[in-house]
Design a protein around this ligand. Structure first.
Ligand code: BGN
Length: 359
């Protein structure tokens, strides 16, 4: 389906005619997809990957263009059952995986981490260059954050190589709470979900604490059939489950499921309870949540001083008791915030956000 359109001056007339015919057939195929042939009800060809796009790619009358740079896209890969795909699918178990390893607790500078990870694009995005991710999902990794620079550096230094070894198409988003109001983890994750999807549609989300380091790259950052607790075995808890319905730390969600449960609650300011509320939402709305097996869901938790900005929330029991009544009204449906800054840093897309005060 791709042709570079250059004809050598020494090409024979016959070959020239054949090439022109091929080009015409290719163009007609694209055009028929574009306008919607009887067995293809989409307006544009079912484009899922473009090696050229920085952000969302959009189709208009003259073809695809990059929504961020506004530049036309040159190299497109189309795939569904009828389409041409000129890259193989990535392996089920990429040879790049190394399994369990010791995490690095060194806090390298962000510049050094970027230099060590040259394939990570500005904004914290990576996708394998030689193959198409098997799940064909783009994964947004959302980190809720404030004032933990050292932990952030340690996380990024571990996370980028880890995710690249999994051969995912992923982007890391750092959602930072502006100001000094009490920290609100759930609300920051909700903001990350909405803002990431504005830049590009992400079918799969991983919500990630900044102080958790995955130890085993067999723990796939992807979206299986149900929302999944990825951090199921913490070193600080001797790799035993924290409690049966624990759903904090690192969890994955398809976009569809996250919307179905109305996201995280927004009302939990300070430490504790918002993850239990989310777990309840998943169990009541979707009927099931999954846990990464303990032999792959291993994490190291970084130590930190008591965080004055994130005190234990004394309201959490009361909130949890009435959680079932608030699913519809508290969450993505009631989210209000204003973005202070959105910047593509070398290792992540940084979203500084004003999420207001405890009401
Ligand atoms: C639980 C917290 C979780 C937290 C884990 C971490 C509450 C609600 C009261 C029942 N839940 O106790 O939010 O992630 O500890 O160990 O405090």
């Amino acid at each position: 389906m791709l042709s570079d359109g250059t004809l050598s001056s020494r090409i024979s007339v016959n070959r020239g005619i054949i090439i022109i015919l091929c080009c015409t057939v290719s163009l007609l195929t694209v055009f028929s997809n574009f306008t919607g042939s009887p067995d293809n009800h989409v307006r544009c060809p079912p484009l899922l990957v473009s090696l050229d796009a920085n952000g969302a790619f959009v189709c208009n009358a003259s073809g695809y263009y990059d929504a961020l740079t506004q530049r036309p896209l040159r190299l497109l890969i189309f795939y569904d059952k009828n389409d041409v795909m000129n890259l193989p699918l990535c392996d089920v178990k990429p040879a790049t995986l190394i399994g369990r390893r010791n995490v690095s607790l060194e806090a390298h500078s962000e510049e050094d981490i970027a230099a060590d990870n040259p394939k990570v694009l500005r904004g914290g995005r990576y996708r394998p260059s030689g193959c198409v991710p098997r799940q064909r999902l783009r994964v947004a990794v959302i980190v809720a954050y404030r004032d933990r620079q050292e932990h952030l550096q340690i996380l990024l230094n571990n996370l980028h190589p880890f995710l690249q070894r999994q051969q995912l198409d992923y982007t890391v988003f750092l959602v930072e709470q502006a100001g000094n109001a009490t920290f609100n983890r759930g609300k920051l994750f909700n903001v990350g979900f909405v803002e990431a999807n504005k830049l590009r549609e992400y079918p799969c989300f991983v919500f990630h604490d900044v102080d958790l380091l995955p130890e085993n790259d067999a723990n796939a950052y992807s979206c299986p059939q149900y929302p999944t607790l990825l951090s199921s075995a913490m070193e600080k808890n001797k790799y035993r489950p924290i409690y049966a319905d624990y759903f904090g730390g690192v969890v994955s969600f398809s976009s569809r499921h996250f919307r179905q449960v109305n996201g995280f609650p927004n009302l939990y300011w300070g430490w504790g309870g918002e993850d239990d509320d989310l777990s309840l939402r998943v169990r009541t709305r979707l009927g099931k949540l999954l846990q990464e097996p303990a032999d792959t869901g291993q994490y190291t938790m970084l130590k930190h001083e008591k965080d004055a900005g994130n005190p234990v929330n004394p309201q959490r029991f009361k909130l949890l008791n009435a959680a079932a009544k608030r699913f519809e009204t508290d969450g993505l449906s009631s989210l209000s915030y204003s973005v202070v800054k959105l910047e593509r840093k070398p290792l992540y897309t940084w979203i500084l956000v004003d999420i207001g005060q405890p009401g």
